[in-house]
Design a protein around this ligand. Structure first.
Ligand SMILES: C[S@@+](CC[C@H](N)C(=O)[O-])C[C@H]1O[C@@H](n2cnc3c(N)ncnc32)[C@H](O)[C@@H]1O
Ligand code: SF4
Length: 440
């Protein structure tokens, strides 16, 4: 876990933890049960994000700590989808009148579902939840082997406009070393299928810091990815986490990850990609979406399925979390046997007081190229950013951030330290909860 002393930011490894949301799910704890209709009644509900989690995979990759299982058969999968339907009916009733501005189907691997089950899940989003699939941006995660032509065609017919595929590397030995069964030939065939079907946005994930990877093989993977002209590319530094099956020595690992990051970033920028965050790069030719503007710091998220999180402004909730295969299976078995009425309440999560809401806003803005607008912060919280978070002055003093007019932006040196700056800005409470969490 990250340390919080101010000077540690410059001396510690730049690879502390990936902050894609705040607070992290390991800061969630059992709560006194609260009804969802009460929780949502005071929220703006006209531009929500709908997320459905499919916790099934064909393989358990050595680096992955997501909530997913390889231990499933058709009967269990059908039972899971039926439970998502039951949960959706209860949640929709609790939410009342809502409008969704975005929909994402993630996992695990949603395309691991048999085609009829995949269709049933899309029906849950459209018919039960009322998401207007033809009008809003929809993103689906796929893996190369499960992205069959039939499933991709179904997704295209249902107006999915973004496909996100985990490639990790185009070098077979590097992928195999992570216990992921996949060949570069299979991946390239899947990418051809995705491109031929005309999805407007292809996102491709690559990982650096893999065992056996060199600068040359890393650049080879990026160049191969570029042949498919992806609208988005994510470059992930490898993290090896407890309970995932990859035991690497970390000797010189930081230096090699940093070197890969720098050459990868330079190559993508030279190829016309804009850096959106430490990991995300977007091609300058990416289509602009005509959907309602969605602001991740402000808007709510409604999560369905076991492992999905939901966010209101003052409460983040989900069900319990695990990585260990037995625990995941146990949580899933509990999920599919829950009574309908159990879905009407939230009993596990994190309540965000005003300070935590401010931190969330700060972290999510600062860690993207959107930057942190001092005026926007003042309008939202009626408070002064630098007075609330004097630590930010240190980022300026250390040239990790700069103030451009009203915008606090990370500098190049700051962006590459995003995974250290993020946790350095966590509250003491979140930091302690995360430290005390026992990973199952
Ligand atoms: C939601 S995950 C998995 C998507 C999909 N199931 C797949 O494997 O193709 C999205 C991405 O996070 C990255 N990722 C997950 N765990 C990681 C880790 N420990 N270190 C680095 N990157 C990781 C991988 O690039 C992965 O494709
Ligand atoms: S990386 Fe993707 S395919 Fe591999 S275990 Fe994680 S969710 Fe499943």
């Amino acid at each position: 876990m990250p340390t919080l002393s101010p000077s540690s930011l410059l001396s510690q490894s730049p690879y502390q933890t990936y902050v894609y949301s705040y607070p992290h799910k390991t800061a969630y704890r059992p709560l006194q049960a609260r009804s969802l209709s009460e929780i949502w009644s005071t929220e703006k509900r006209d531009a929500l994000f709908l997320y459905i989690h499919i916790p099934f995979c064909e393989m358990r990759c050595g680096f992955c700590n997501l909530f997913t299982t390889v231990n499933h058969n058709d009967e269990f999968v059908n039972q899971y989808v039926k439970t998502v339907q039951r949960q959706a009916h209860r949640i929709k009733a609790a939410l009342g009148k809502v409008q969704f501005a975005r929909f994402a189907l993630g996992g695990g691997t949603p395309t691991q579902l048999p085609i009829a089950a995949l269709e049933a899940v899309l029906d849950v989003a459209e018919e039960t939840m009322g998401a207007k699939l033809a009008e809003i941006p929809i993103s689906v995660e796929v893996s190369p082997e499960t992205a069959t032509i039939e499933k991709l065609q179904l997704l295209r017919d249902r107006h999915v406009d973004r496909i996100s595929i985990g490639v990790q590397s185009f070098i077979d030995q590097e992928v195999l070393a992570t216990q992921r069964r996949q060949t570069s030939t299979q991946v390239q065939a899947a990418l051809m299928r995705i491109r031929n079907l005309g999805f407007p946005t292809l996102n491709l994930d690559l990982i650096y810091g893999l065992p056996g990877q060199t600068i040359e093989t890393w650049l080879h993977s990026i160049r191969t990815a570029l042949q498919f002209q992806p609208e988005e590319i994510y470059l992930y530094p490898l993290y090896v986490r407890p309970l995932t099956g990859l035991g690497l020595s970390d000797r010189e690992w930081d230096d090699s990850r940093l070197a890969c990051y720098r050459v990868g970033r330079a190559l993508l920028q030279a190829e016309g990609y804009t850096q959106v965050s430490m990991r995300m790069f977007r091609a300058n030719h990416t289509p602009a979406t005509s959907s309602p503007v969605y602001c991740c710091q402000a808007d709510g998220m409604v999560g369905l399925g076991c492992g999905a999180r939901s966010y209101t402004r003052s409460l983040h909730y989900s069900n319990e979390y695990a990585v260990n295969a037995k625990e995941v299976r146990h949580i899933l078995e509990h999920y599919v046997t829950r009574e309908d009425a159990d879905f009407d309440t939230a009993s596990y999560g994190f309540a965000l007081n005003r300070e935590e809401q401010q931190r969330r806003f700060l972290l999510l803005s600062l860690l993207s190229n959107e930057g942190l607008s001092v005026a926007h912060y003042r309008d939202r919280f009626h408070s002064n950013l630098l007075a609330d978070f004097p630590k930010l002055q240190q980022l300026l003093d250390w040239h990790l951030a700069s103030l451009q007019a009203d915008l606090l932006l990370l500098t190049e040196a700051g962006i590459e330290r995003s995974d250290a700056i993020g946790p350095w800005l966590f509250s003491y409470q979140v930091h302690s909860l995360m430290t005390q969490y026992t990973l199952k």
